[in-house]
Design a binder for this molecule. Structure first.
Ligand code: ARG
Length: 269
């Protein structure tokens, strides 16, 4: 029924959850009174890293910093395309110090880092598709930042408005399957943005709110394997029907902070 999907090996930057916690509430998932099991979080995170490496991906790490419990969500620190690092400026004051940490890492790795003037949360909202950037706005990253990203990256940036506070970052409502297709939950977007997605991706794999609430859209595809929350079983089944190979990895402890697989993973292109 479906063609054979081809994996491309990737390079990721991740941050160990040594200091991970839910200490403040900046999205509807976060309840500081509900404890996080840090040992379980560590085990889940290690399993994700093992799964990436087992599938041929390169994983670099940044040293976690005490007092920055959300630093584990490496995706939010930058959007890197063609070696250009578009840095971050977090919406929440609690997260703002993370940008310096990641910028330092990138500079040491030999990259120049562009520091945006408007609120931007990296790959949380700026999703590289292979041809252009899909850019979320509505809760975190601003329209002004979309313009900055387009100017700096030199690729078209297509703005999409998010409307459901549970899916406050674009990467909680949509992920890229390969250069030609995406998977998304339509109701997370404004009517106009939904129409844009329909035009760009008439053959997209559509997800339900249940799939999205299970963090099924916070997945990462290498073109063939889709690292996906096992809680999003129905979506994994549908992706398998399209010829993708689901690789289930549970990051349930991270869901308590409103994050999942993609949030924990920065891709360096
Ligand atoms: N607690 C973090 C926040 O609200 C979670 C970030 C999740 N990251 C993501 N790429 N969606 O900012």
């Amino acid at each position: 029924m479906s063609e054979r999907r081809v994996a491309r090996s990737r390079r990721f930057l991740v941050c160990e959850p040594r200091h991970f916690a839910v200490q403040y509430a900046i999205n509807p998932w976060m309840h500081p009174d509900r404890p996080v099991d840090v040992d379980l979080a560590q085990d889940q995170w290690q399993a994700l890293i093992r799964a990436y490496r087992a599938h041929g991906h390169t994983v670099d790490t940044i040293e976690p910093v005490p007092g920055l419990p959300d630093m584990v969500f490496a995706a939010n620190a930058a959007c890197v395309v063609g070696g250009r690092v578009f840095g971050s400026l977090f919406h929440a004051p609690e997260r703002r110090p993370e940008s310096d940490q990641y910028d330092t890492w990138f500079k040491k790795a030999g990259y120049d880092v562009y520091r945006p003037e408007s609120v931007t949360e990296g790959e949380g909202d700026l999703v590289w598709t292979g041809r252009y950037v899909l850019a979320g706005t509505g809760f975190r990253t601003t329209r002004e930042a979309h313009r900055e990203a387009q100017e700096f990256l030199g690729h078209p940036v297509i703005g999409l408005t998010l409307v459901d506070p549970y899916f406050y970052h674009l990467d909680t409502a949509l992920f890229v399957l390969d250069d030609d297709n995406v998977c998304y939950f339509p109701e997370a977007f404004s009517p106009g943005s939904r129409e844009v997605l329909r035009r760009l991706y008439p053959d997209a794999v559509l997800a339900t709110r249940e799939d999205a609430l299970a963090f099924g859209l916070n997945s990462l595809s290498d073109g063939r394997h889709v690292f996906i929350a096992p809680e999003a079983e129905a979506l994994a089944g549908r992706l398998a029907g399209h010829g993708y190979v689901p690789v289930p990895v549970s990051l349930s402890e991270f869901h308590k902070a409103g994050g999942g697989i993609k949030c924990c993973t920065q891709e360096i292109r």
